[in-house]
Design a protein around this ligand. Sequence first.
Ligand SMILES: C[S@@+](CC[C@H](N)C(=O)[O-])C[C@H]1O[C@@H](n2cnc3c(N)ncnc32)[C@H](O)[C@@H]1O
Length: 225
Amino acid sequence: MVRPRIPEICEVETETIGVFSRVAGWTGFGAAWRVRGIMGEDFMPGEIVVDVGTGPGTIPLHLQRMFPLARFHGLDLGLPMLAEAQQHSARMHIPLPCICGDGTALPFQNESVDMIISFFCLHHINDPGLFLAEVDRVLREDGKLLILDFKRDIPSLFCRAMNLLWKIGFLFSPGRHGLKESIDSSWTRAEVRAALEERNLSRFMVHETRTELLVTGGLKKFHGD
Ligand SMILES: C[S@@+](CC[C@H](N)C(=O)[O-])C[C@H]1O[C@@H](n2cnc3c(N)ncnc32)[C@H](O)[C@@H]1O
């Protein structure tokens, strides 16, 4: 039995933003390497890539350095987070155009974006179908998608281990310390699959690892999966 979802608030708590941004400054490179392993062949010169829920922007900034010819943009609900993204961008000497916007009402015209990426944002969204319908609307016909997030039905041992790691990373910082709230707010593969089916979004697929969910579309690695 999967425990019921407990929604988390949309934005990262104000008192946690500073430390979250600092931690993301250390982890962003590793996360970008991981993304490169999943979809490195999919970044094409000149293509517009939007990172939804970019937070402090460290993942797209590192990706921009790895794939200089793609054009990365960071989108987030929270202006304080976007201010952090601008600071990382200045420190790394890599421009990252930032947009304040909502993943469930994307501020782009139909079929105007080549690729959407989104990391650890889906669990903040209470209607995944609405988000995915928006992604479907703004992506070009051959557009690409990678969403990565926790899943709620993670084995409890992993949940406890990740919670502990997070608590160590955030030791002595103000604000929230655990990761459990985010895991409790996340979606399962079955729930995301049902949301896709309900809206006939057949170009997207849901995959899972032991700890995470991936929603993909048009990626070379996942063709025919
Ligand atoms: C846990 S942070 C992840 C940040 C970044 N992707 C990373 O992995 O380092 C989630 C981010 O999603 C943003 N967010 C939450 N709901 C959103 C929505 N509906 N549209 C856009 N951004 C959203 C939050 O403001 C926050 O910055």
